[in-house]
Design a protein around this ligand. Structure first.
Ligand code: B12
Ligand code: SF4
Ligand code: SF4
Length: 349
């Protein structure tokens, strides 16, 4: 393996070029940190796993040692470029439509990945190695971003970028170039506020910065398990993701933020009945960019049944017929959720 060029003053030029490129490409923030182990995340992953707060989630919880050690991703890693891309608002769902969380409206991860690839290319042109990691199991993105000083941890566990807030997706480029000057994490910006903790519909924020995935709607609607009955009403009209702890955040209240770039809309909201009538192919064509447990379209249908139970019109014969059909589904989870929805709408036998 070729050795990396000697560290030199040109690295600060490279860091400036990276920051400039990120700015040109519309990133809300770019920062640099070392490739040292992400100690706080390692401790938190292990303790939450032990306390059961991770539910059945895999992701970074599958192998905490790996996902907190950048060296596992790039053997001679020296630094990480941490990047944040802001995304805009979404329209409110109309009657009969299910709500899609803002981050899932467009494929913002694809947009961020394209910029990260450009940054990686710039680094390679300077003679170094570079690897892109974003929203995968190899790195705890928020911890990297916090250590790189591009935001602070909100009490809702999200990373908040000053002046932008938490409507950002995060991604990283790991490199053997030494780009960092010094880690200067930002001080807490929440102060005495606790709106997110009080505003969570399922009381899933069990302490500042601590989310219990067993109660978090964002996990319940994407995981493979049946949605627990006690949380089904709280799911409301959400078919994918949950934004409640961010909607209430005063740091996110500026809709005219000039740093938010154009937002390519893929899905604003989904017709609930449409989801339940679509074929597997039609459904995955529209929502394939979401994380869906086991890539199983029935996970989305299962959640749609809960949304229909919460928002459907019981006098609509099409609603009644569809629930009847699903209540006889061979897929046990769909049948059970359809029966719950029928009962909730007063259509139970
Ligand atoms: C697993 C996961 C989830 C799980 C668990 C979330 C969680 N809170 O752990 C579920 C499915 C519930 C989820 C939901 C969401 N997620 Co998610 N998720 C991830 C994933 C894959 C791993 C996160 C992880 O390792 N968590 C475990 C622990 C170690 O991390 P943590 O909770 O951030 O813990 C830190 C803080 O708690 C802090 N901390 C510890 N103690 C204390 C104490 C105080 C006082 C404070 C303030 C902080 C603090 O230190 C910890 C270590 O860094 C990352 C992608 C990645 N590869 O990193 C995306 C990621 C975190 N998710 C993201 C998003 C957008 C979301 C949602 C907003 C999506 C939505 N609208 O539905 C919600 C937000 C829910 C919430 N309030 O956290 C973004 C976050 C962007 C941001 N601005 O922070 C990420 C980074 C994806 C990305 N690359 O953009 N997610
Ligand atoms: S995403 Fe929703 S359920 Fe999860 S902590 Fe935030 S408000 Fe609560
Ligand atoms: S709602 Fe308040 S406490 Fe929660 S993240 Fe925003 S500023 Fe921090």
């Amino acid at each position: 393996m070729p050795t990396a060029p000697e560290l030199s003053a040109t690295n600060s030029d490279l860091a400036s070029q990276i920051a400039e490129l990120g700015k040109q490409q519309g990133l809300a923030a770019v920062g640099f940190t070392s490739a040292e182990v992400l100690e706080p995340a390692l401790t938190v992953l292990n303790s939450r796993k032990a306390a059961g707060l991770a539910a059945e989630m895999q992701f970074t919880y599958r192998n905490p040692e790996r996902s907190t050690d950048p060296i596992r991703a790039l053997a001679d890693a020296q630094s990480i470029v941490a990047c944040a891309l802001a995304y805009g608002a979404t329209a409110s769902p109309k009657p009969g439509e299910a709500r899609v969380a803002r981050y899932a409206v467009g494929n913002h991860y694809a947009r961020l990945r394209a910029v990260l690839q450009q940054i990686a290319e710039l680094i390679r042109e300077a003679g170094y190695s570079a690897r892109v990691h974003m929203d995968d199991n190899n790195l705890v993105d928020r911890n990297v971003a916090w250590r790189a000083g591009i935001g602070w941890f909100g009490k809702n566990a999200n990373l908040l970028v000053p002046g932008v807030g938490s409507w950002v997706v995060l991604g990283n480029v790991i490199t053997n170039a030494s780009l960092r000057t010094e880690d200067v994490p930002l001080p807490d910006g929440c102060g005495p506020c606790r709106r997110c903790i009080d505003g969570c519909p399922t009381d899933a924020i069990v302490g500042p910065g601590i989310v219990d995935a067993r109660r978090c709607i964002a996990w319940l609607v994407q995981g493979p398990e049946p949605i627990p009955v006690e949380f089904r009403e709280a799911v409301g009209n959400r078919i994918y993701g949950c934004d409640e702890c961010q909607e209430v955040c005063p740091e996110n209240s500026d809709p005219g933020n000039p740093k938010v770039p154009g937002n390519p809309k893929v899905i604003e909201a989904l017709g609930t009945m449409w989801v339940l009538e679509a074929t597997d192919t039609e459904l995955m064509d529209r929502v394939g960019h979401w994380y869906i447990a086991n890539r199983d379209p029935n996970v989305v249908r299962r959640t749609a049944l809960v949304v229909l139970g919460n928002t459907g019109d019981p006098t609509d014969i099409a609603v009644k017929n569809l629930l009847e059909l699903y209540s006889h589904s061979d897929v046990e989870q769909l049948a059970e959720h359809a029966l719950w929805a029928s009962e909730r709408l007063g259509l139970g036998q």
